[in-house]
Write a protein that binds this ligand. Structure first.
Ligand code: CS2
Length: 428
């Protein structure tokens, strides 16, 4: 068994962090210490400290699972990012974290941390379903902000929701209307981060010579577009700053995440374990290109100078990365929480949502199936009645307002049941 990664590790040069571990104090609290955070915001924050300094160490708050936090604290909060691709593979340790708290066993510790005036930015990756006033994370966030006594702070949602800052502000201000000196910029985050597997851990050891139980795997690409509205300063992140992130969010949610969901549901139904495998189904890439060009691209105004079709093409290249081993079932989870902003916004608005209705039908068939594992907070409601009317009716889980569009979904469901998903994809 290799020695564990730590500040003492004599790492090969290519694997070394960009900044000296422990040379910075905490300035950020991050809620939701998952793989995506480590491979995205932590990487950007380390790069910011490397180029401009500043005390922007991240204190990570783990909502439930203790194991990642335990692994990180045993490793002096160092972890590595294993980049997976045929041409750009490699592993590098990242020194951006300065501590961690487990919310499940120490909620008071989280509140104390949020109240600390040294903390200037609070970032969140808590997934779509946590943006409800009754969620534990919202409760803790508000409790911490209340005891800050007005020290300015920025709360930055990094979840895949449109207007994520505005949504979060609505929830927080609904619970604590008295808060002042708090800003809620919206941002668009992007990097494909499959779940860590044994092979991620093996790659980390092979590359670094040290064992890292908090390693994460990711594609080479990463992007962050942020509204520059920070109440108490921010790290010099090498991100794109903008006055209005809305068109970027629309493009990413619809042309990337919506297409991802299409691959997940059609792929899972066709027996594909991986996203890259689903993309290789005969007819699939062409179907997705058509969907982006004829439905997604007409559903919103893109950012200045951006071409949605070209963006969609670059997304398909990223999805084709077989090294990633990204599972269809990982993307398929929480469909009821993800599809409104990825798919329904297209399906309910464009003149002819031929392929959007097919993707909706694939979700419905996946969710209704007895053989597919359904991981969704509303799984019980779906299983009780998975008819098209119950799922997509006016009072359904994913309302489709026009009866003709619901009929199109129903038609595709029958096609999938009769001919099988692969054949429907081939001829669609
Ligand atoms: C994916 C996203 O799991 C999912 O729903 O669509 O996590 C996707 O990989 C990221 O948003 C890419 O930035």
């Amino acid at each position: 068994m290799a020695t564990r990664l730590s500040r003492q590790s004599a790492l090969p040069e290519a694997c070394r962090p960009l900044v000296e571990p422990g040379s910075f104090a905490a300035g950020i609290v991050h809620l939701g210490l998952g793989a995506f955070h480590r491979a995205h915001q932590a990487v950007y924050t380390e790069a910011a400290m490397a180029r401009s300094g500043g005390d922007w160490g991240i204190v990570g708050v783990a909502p439930r699972s203790y194991s990642v936090l335990a692994a990180l604290s045993e490793q002096d909060y160092l972890f590595s990012v294993v980049t997976l691709s045929q041409s750009l593979a490699g592993t590098r340790a990242v020194a951006a974290m300065s501590g961690g708290v487990h919310a499940g066993s120490n909620p008071a510790g989280v509140i104390k941390l949020l109240a600390d005036p040294a903390i200037k930015v609070v970032t969140l990756t808590v997934t779509e379903k946590a943006y409800r006033p009754e969620s534990e994370m919202m409760r803790l966030l508000v409790a911490g902000l209340r005891v800050r006594c007005g020290a300015p702070v920025t709360i930055l949602s990094c979840d895949n929701l449109p207007s994520n800052g505005r949504v979060l502000e609505g929830v927080v201000r609904g619970l604590a209307p008295e808060l002042s000196h708090v800003t809620f910029p919206s941002c668009m985050v992007d990097r494909i981060v499959p779940a860590t597997t044994q092979s991620t851990l093996d790659r980390a050891v092979a590359d670094m010579g040290y064992a890292d139980l908090a390693a994460v795997a990711a594609e080479p690409f990463l992007q962050w577009v942020i509204e520059d509205d920070f109440a108490a300063g921010r790290p010099d992140w090498p991100a794109q700053f903008t006055g209005d992130v809305t068109p970027w969010e629309h493009m990413k949610l619809r042309a990337l995440n919506g297409v991802h969901s299409a691959l997940a549901y059609l792929g899972a139904l066709a027996g594909c374990t991986y996203i890259w495998e689903a993309l290789r189904l005969p007819g699939m890439a062409e179907l997705l290109r058509q969907y982006v060009a004829t439905e997604v691209a007409v559903s919103f105004d893109p950012p200045d100078g951006e071409d949605v079709v070209a963006y969609g093409e670059s997304v398909l290249n990223r999805f084709a990365n077989a090294e990633l081993g990204h599972k269809t079932l990982q993307v398929a989870m929480d469909g009821t929480q993800k599809l409104p902003q990825r798919l329904l916004c297209v399906l309910n608005t464009v003149p002819n949502p031929r392929l959007a209705t097919l993707i909706a039908a694939a979700w419905a068939e996946f969710a209704a199936s007895d053989t597919q594992p359904l991981d969704d907070p509303l799984a019980d409601v779906i299983k009780a009645d998975a008819s098209t009317e119950a799922l997509f009716g006016e009072a359904g889980l994913l309302p489709v307002h026009d009866a003709q569009r619901r009929a199109m979904i129903d038609g595709w469901r029958r096609e999938i049941a009769k001919h099988g998903p692969a054949e429907v994809v081939r001829v669609a």
